[in-house]
Ligand binder design. Structure first.
Ligand SMILES: [Zn+2]
Length: 226
């Protein structure tokens, strides 16, 4: 047999063996995850029906640009029953603008969402890390913690709120014109899945409206329209 062919066949055999080994060594957990994801998607497709997707197949028209922490305990369905085509979502550790500026700009300047919602959350690991010594973290994580300017050794919950307020302040500086012209409202909120704020587990608590943290003002905005 041609030597080159033999080598090629050998390579293929080696590859096949490798693939089989890979498939066999695949942890059962990953298989479960894949099945869960695909089954959930199938159920979602059936529940929505094709007309649901047709409505926004050509273009997106979200009403809110969201900047939220990547924490898995924070999910959009908690405050928007139908987030499809409604939320333009940007997530990172610590719900910060500094590490996702372009994406936020896209939501505000190109998609013209009338609201920019910044969502922090109770028991945020990024906030906790930024309050302490993170010098042993890899450079990529250090960089994203450096941009959170929090009180070292401060109160965790207070610093979560302080971070949301700081992000609203940064957004106000960035989008001053849009806010002044009434085209954009910047909201800051804390998502509380642990009832740390004593308003019920799972509550999204608004704490800042365009830089105003006066609870009466925030409450007035949340009151139903007359
Ligand atoms: Zn977090």
């Amino acid at each position: 047999m041609n030597k080159r062919l033999v080598t090629a066949a050998g390579c293929l055999l080696f590859l096949a063996a490798g693939l089989t080994a890979w498939a066999q060594s695949e942890p059962a957990q990953v298989k479960d995850i894949v099945q869960h994801v695909l089954a959930s998607n199938e159920a979602y497709m059936k529940a929505q029906g094709p007309t649901h997707f047709k409505a926004f197949a050509e273009a997106q028209h979200p009403r809110i640009t969201v900047v939220a922490c990547s924490d898995s305990r924070v999910q959009m369905q908690a405050f928007d029953a139908s987030p499809d085509n409604d939320l333009f979502v940007i997530r990172d550790i610590g719900n910060q603008l500094a590490t996702c500026e372009g994406s936020v700009d896209y939501g505000v300047h190109h998609l013209h969402t009338p609201v920019l919602l910044i969502i922090g959350h109770v028991r945020c690991g990024a906030v906790q890390a930024a309050m302490g010594d993170y010098s042993k973290e890899p450079p990529s994580i250090k960089r994203e913690l450096d941009t959170l300017t929090l009180k070292k050794g401060g109160d965790w919950l207070e610093e979560v709120k302080a971070n949301v307020n700081a992000q609203v302040k940064a957004a106000l500086a960035k989008f001053a014109r849009e806010v002044k012209e009434g085209k954009l409202t910047i909201l800051g909120a804390v998502y509380d899945f642990a009832d740390d704020l004593k308003q019920g587990s799972g509550r999204l608590v608004l704490i800042n409206v365009n830089g105003d943290t006066d609870p009466a003002k925030v409450k007035a905005l949340a009151a139903p329209k007359k």
